[in-house]
Design a protein around this ligand. Structure first.
Ligand code: ES4
Ligand code: ZN
Length: 322
């Protein structure tokens, strides 16, 4: 159909994708067999049937279980290469990939294994791909600081750091010192905020952590003054529509506030978040939103343009896409 053709033809950047969330059930089972890891699901179908989420935490429990099959460098490579194939097929020209090293180092996987596997796949892809290391906010700031320390030999392989996992009860302030350290190191800074958490978390991500983009941020509209500020400062929001409906941030796609975000002058982008768990990659996210919401072709162009503008590409590379 026409919508899919238009969406497919648009070059775009993806700014919010957790690489562990791109692990498809088939690959989870293949890696489990390869590594002799026992899974608490009998089959690919049984695993997929468990993807009935009620909120962020119910998803995270299954997402961390899925990641338990990743042991060798080649596993991280294969996962990343599979995602980059999907991105290429969706005409994604540039992607800034999140990864969660603590999920792996806590299981005894070496930091080197995680970095080398993911980074090598990025180098081997025709898609421009950079990496953002995320700290898990349900763990302590001390754990984040030692993760940063352990990543020191590999900092040339990342462009920035982020903050993800369980939001409510883990405000940005908890990670003030580790983000200050990352800022001194010249890393780009982003954080999940205002997904399930209140607008106050968006504000403290900006004022305490000094992040340059807000991941999700859909609850910003609950605070008019903050909305005006985020629009004025052109702080991008990396919105993930299929994620928001699967995790019941919005009950249905027709209830999603993407149109209101754009109409408020916010630099919103569309992203897949955890495509293997939420029912689709980039173009699926565009199509699901455009089918459910009163979005126009002009909105589509704005979203694609925003994705490059909000990227951490160097200015001259950005220009080529704008
Ligand atoms: C995540 Cl949707 C979402 N929110 C917070 N943390 C995450 N990690 C992976 N997906
Ligand atoms: Zn996310």
């Amino acid at each position: 159909n026409q919508l899919r053709t238009v969406v497919q033809a648009m070059p775009k950047a993806e700014l919010h994708i957790h690489i562990e969330g791109s692990l498809e059930p088939e690959l989870i089972f293949a890696l489990a067999a390869r590594n002799g890891v026992a899974l608490p699901y009998a089959s690919v179908e049984a695993l997929r049937a468990a993807y009935a989420f009620t909120d962020l935490q119910s998803f995270l429990d299954i997402y961390y279980a899925g990641a338990s099959v990743l042991l060798q460098e080649q596993d991280f490579y294969d996962m990343t290469a599979a995602y980059l194939k999907k991105a290429e097929a969706d005409n994604v020209r540039h992607t800034e990939i999140f990864f969660d090293p603590q999920t792996h180092t806590a299981r005894g996987v070496a930091m080197e294994t995680v970095f080398n596997g993911i980074h090598r796949a990025c180098q081997d892809s025709p898609v421009s791909a950079t990496l953002i290391m995320c700290f898990l906010r349900h763990l302590s700031e001390e754990d984040a600081l030692s993760t940063l320390e352990a990543a020191t030999p590999y900092l040339d392989k990342i462009i920035g750091v982020g903050l993800d996992s369980s939001e409510v009860g883990h405000p940005p302030e908890k990670f003030a010192r580790v983000f200050a350290r990352c800022r001194e190191l010249g890393l780009h800074l982003v954080a999940h905020a205002g997904e399930e958490g209140p607008p106050a978390y968006i504000e403290s991500a900006l004022d305490v952590l000094h992040v340059e983009r807000i991941d999700h941020g859909v609850r910003v509209l609950e605070d008019a003054a903050l909305t005006a500020r985020v629009a004025r400062e052109r702080i991008a929001l990396t919105v993930c529509p299929l994620s928001n409906t699967k995790l019941r941030v919005f009950d249905q796609m027709k209830d999603h506030n993407l149109v209101q975000l754009l109409d408020a002058g916010l630099v919103a982008t569309v992203n897949s978040d955890d495509p293997a768990y939420f029912g689709g990659y980039m173009n699926d996210n565009f199509i699901a939103t455009f089918e459910a919401l009163p979005l126009t072709l002009a909105h589509a162009r704005t979203l694609a343009r925003n994705s490059f503008e909000a990227s951490f590409l160097p200015a001259e590379q950005k220009q080529r896409f704008l």
